[in-house]
Design a protein around this ligand. Sequence first.
Ligand SMILES: [Zn+2]
Ligand SMILES: [Zn+2]
Length: 326
Amino acid sequence: MIPKPPPREGSLGFYFIPPYRIQGFSVAGEVTTIQVPELDVCFDMGQCPRAALASKYCAVSHGHMDHIGGLAYYCSQRRFQGMGDGRIICDERIAPAITRMMEGFQDLEQQKTPFELLPLKDGEQVEIKNNIYLRGFHTEHTAPSMGYSVIEKRSKLKPEYVDLPQEKLKDLKDRGIEITRTLEIPLIAYLGDTQPCAALLRPDVINAQIVICECTFFEPDHRDRAKVGMHMHVDNIAEWLGVLQCQALVLCHVSRRTDLMYARKRLFEVAGPKSEKAFFLMDYKAGKARYERQVIDSGGVIERPGFRGGGGGGGGFRRGAPMNRS
Ligand SMILES: [Zn+2]
Ligand SMILES: [Zn+2]
């Protein structure tokens, strides 16, 4: 008898939520790596898929192995592939341990992997792209944990100056008067592993266009387990959906023993029609169907076979001649 070949490794979960691609893996206790290529950032690095290397920043939520196991590899591969040093953004409380981990690899490898460490205090932020900031805030989990919001800052004229002609504005400016204010537009929030806590109600979280959060427990009698592990239960998500303003809530960190059909059914049971804006990252079928619809709606052509999910570009899709959509 010839033994079976090994199972095929899963591809990345993938949703295109314009203008962002949300792609990665996330299975509770095993791995979480979620990349937003457009923002040059990965949230967590449980494992490092090839696509993740392209992101210059990795924002780490906490030190559990399923969120950090691929971090040293990510830095090393970026270096090896000539992509520049990896930049690790993390909670300042775990920064010394990350440094020690990287030093451990230096001893093992007898060579140094350069990386940049950007530790954040609660509420601190770092600019990751022009006018785009990543802000860290404390969440509540069994290890020191941090969630992140990505914010675009736009400078706008103060309302009292909006109707003034250019030369008047210039005059005010020359006199040193502050005529603009900074508007903050929350783009994406990533909560990492957390139990329900105050961070869920931050303005830069509830007003984010896309919220990415864990939901580890779905069974009605698993609320206690969620409490012990300091994770989210589907009941918490239902309640939260009542205040979230987002266009999409991407749920991750579902455990392997939870069937995604069951998870979706449970979410609908407790949240009703509000659950329509929730997407399960690892639901390849739903991600694929949504993406195919998007391609067709944009006048593209779906080439079969070939959808492999994730990846930047690639896949099996190409844009065809645009339809006349006047
Ligand atoms: Zn986890
Ligand atoms: Zn954890």
